[in-house]
Design a protein around this ligand. Structure first.
Ligand code: PBG
Length: 326
């Protein structure tokens, strides 16, 4: 194995040679578009820390979903921003609530041509901004939250979601949701478990996107950035509980975790390139410090190379358009 028998540069000589020998490829179908809908909006509302991303109206959401289908995007993950919040996140259970209605509207628009996913979590719906309900000491009450997640899951499945994405990191959430789905006749509604979700500073812009009421942090339920082995435990538990797919989140600061999970997971692995990752690249590109299209493409390809089968990214439709043209 030595020079000059081996000259790795031979396979880099032309674009066609590099294309032929690429170990990994991005395809529009790998991409999942996260999208926000806000109750009561008459015009789409820009999110200042996520330039190019908006809180949708019903109409603009339907257009974004139709465009995603046109571009061959694999799926859409919906987040709702309700007009009214309370301590229990009650609006999450209302069939006419913002998220359940959005699922129904998107389903009516695109049918089964796009995999429609709903966020199963209470943080957008609670007036304290936590992903679950609180006990008398203000601690997020795991088991009381599970009971609500089960009902929320059924409401989203009733609305027509193909996949549910529980993102609250409560212990046992996959089991409870699976059981609720089976008992309500939704045996084919799949669960994409946010299995290894870390407490991250990079969620900042998302909090603006959903008008989060959170004070403090989520460190009693989301994972600690210091931990690697624990991600395997979280994935194993979710698989035992019936997860159909598993996710690592965030993506770029957790590529080691993603590679570990991809090596052991018998089910498809997702990674979520989150709001702060989006914001960083957009901000640097807006300053002319990096090439926007190159940086976006490389960042998502890196996530795929680390082991993701599918990637949630706010650039899903734009990137799919680039992939289609090349
Ligand atoms: C919680 C949830 C969050 C994100 C997705 N689901 C926020 C959090 O955990 O604080 C973040 C996504 C992003 O930052 O792009 N329902």
């Amino acid at each position: 194995m030595s020079f000059p028998n081996h000259r790795p540069r031979r396979l880099r000589t032309t674009p066609a040679m590099r294309r032929l020998t690429a170990e990994n490829r991005l395809a529009p179908a790998d991409l999942i578009l996260p999208a926000f809908i806000r109750e009561g909006l008459t015009e789409p509302s820009p999110i200042s820390s996520m330039p190019g991303v908006v809180q949708h109206t019903t109409e603009s959401l339907k257009r974004a979903a139709a465009e995603a289908v046109e571009l061959g995007v694999g799926g859409i993950m919906l987040f709702g921003v309700p007009a009214v919040r309370d301590a229990q996140g009650t609006a999450s259970l209302d069939p006419e609530g913002v998220l359940n209605k959005a699922i129904r509207d998107v389903k009516a628009e695109v049918g089964d041509d796009l995999v429609i996913m709903g966020d199963v979590c209470l943080d957008e719906f609670t007036d304290h901004g936590h992903c679950g309900v609180l006990d008398s000491e203000g601690y997020v009450d795991n088991d009381a939250t599970l009971e609500i997640y089960g009902r929320m899951a059924v409401a989203q499945a009733d609305a027509g979601a193909h996949v549910l994405g529980p993102s609250g990191m409560m212990d046992g959430q996959i089991a409870v949701i699976r059981q609720a789905l089976e008992e309500s006749g939704h045996k084919n509604t799949a669960v994409l478990a946010y299995a290894a979700k870390y407490a991250s500073a990079f969620y900042g812009p998302f909090r603006e996107a959903v008008d989060s009421q959170l004070k403090g942090d989520r460190r009693t339920y989301q994972m600690d950035a210091a931990n690697r082995r624990e991600a395997i435990l979280e994935v194993e538990l979710d698989l035992e509980e019936g997860a159909d797919m598993v996710m690592v989140k965030p993506a770029m600061s957790y590529l080691d975790i993603l590679a570990d999970v991809a090596a052991m997971s018998p089910v498809p692995v997702s990674a979520y390139q989150i709001s702060g990752e989006y914001a960083m690249i957009e901000a640097a590109a807006a300053n002319g410090w990096i090439d926007r299209r190159g940086a976006i493409t490389e960042s998502v390809l890196g996530i795929k190379r680390a082991g993701a089968d599918t990637v949630l990214t706010y650039w899903a439709s734009e990137l799919a358009g680039w992939l289609k043209e090349s």
